[in-house]
Write a protein that binds this ligand. Structure first.
Ligand SMILES: Nc1ncnc2c1ncn2[C@@H]1O[C@H](COP(=O)(O)OP(=O)(O)OP(=O)(O)O)[C@@H](O)[C@H]1O
Ligand SMILES: O=P(O)(O)OC[C@H]1O[C@H](OP(=O)(O)OP(=O)(O)O)[C@H](O)[C@@H]1O
Length: 224
């Protein structure tokens, strides 16, 4: 009897769905995932909201919707800012700090303002309320959607909680950062059930991203 060596069966990649936010994170997120070996390229500009590239389906969402899609398992994984993730309050598995889109969430007032703080405006009402409570402050929290700093300048609010990166928006508007509430950067988030069911695809992906981004730290705890 002659024995013929076994040839390994070809490995078919497991289909995965990824959620990425439009805006700042999208391009860098796609580029990083491509460097990690996924068959991705920046999609042509169009009104399409999802793309199939090889075994990967890419969903383009608003930032705040990424944690929702991943938590509820419509997407297996996604990329989102820590600020948005913390504001969502969802305890999603967050294995990696990807290190880009770094900024901080801070309490901001007009330079020299000394009056009492009755109202604080922010796109992050949950984190703002939590911060005020931790400080024993009883100001009202007003949810706004953008150009938050204007609330201070127009008298709509006595202070705002917003993102700071270079500080140029503060400088251009005579504002100052009083306290940093949260340091933020883009994070990889993964649905816990997908991680079990699609382990063969997701674990190696997390490993390759960890090598690329240098996040050797142990896995992040679920956000509060
Ligand atoms: N000036 C900045 N520099 C660096 N990173 C930033 C800056 N502003 C925001 N980010 C980070 O990038 C993420 C996406 O920001 P982006 O500006 O694309 O969203 P947005 O327009 O504020 O969101 P949306 O309009 O969906 O509420 C933020 O959640 C934050 O983590
Ligand atoms: O410190 P800087 O480098 O100036 O960056 C901070 C600014 O960037 C973000 O605004 P964005 O441009 O996303 O507009 P938005 O206020 O409409 O979210 C953030 O809300 C600040 O306004």
């Amino acid at each position: 009897m002659t024995l013929t060596p076994l040839t390994p069966a070809p490995v078919t990649p497991i289909p995965i769905t990824l959620a990425l936010p439009k805006g700042r994170i999208f391009e860098e997120g796609v580029a990083l995932l491509a460097r990690a070996g996924l068959p991705l390229a920046l999609p042509e500009k169009s009104r399409a909201l999802q793309w199939r590239m090889g075994h990967v389906t890419l969903l383009e969402l608003r930032n705040q919707d990424v944690p929702v899609y991943v938590d509820l398992g419509i997407a297996d994984a996604g990329i989102v800012g820590k600020d948005v993730l913390a504001e969502s309050g969802r305890a999603i598995y967050e294995p990696l700090d990807l290190g880009f889109s770094r900024c901080r969430l801070s309490l901001i007032r007009e330079i020299g303002a000394t009056g009492p703080v009755h109202r604080v405006a922010s796109k992050y009402p949950r984190l703002t309320a939590q911060y005020l409570q931790e400080r024993g402050l009883s100001a009202e929290v007003l949810k706004l959607s953008g150009n938050i700093e204007l609330a201070c300048l127009t008298g709509l609010a006595d202070a705002v909680v917003d993102l700071v990166q270079t500080g140029s928006t503060l400088k251009a508007n005579n504002l100052e950062e009083l306290e940093i509430i949260l340091q933020s950067s883009a994070r990889l988030v993964v649905n816990r059930t997908s991680l079990k069911l699609k382990r063969g695809e997701l674990r190696p992906l997390i490993g390759r991203l960890r090598e690329l981004t240098g996040d050797a730290a142990s896995e992040h705890r679920p956000v509060r």
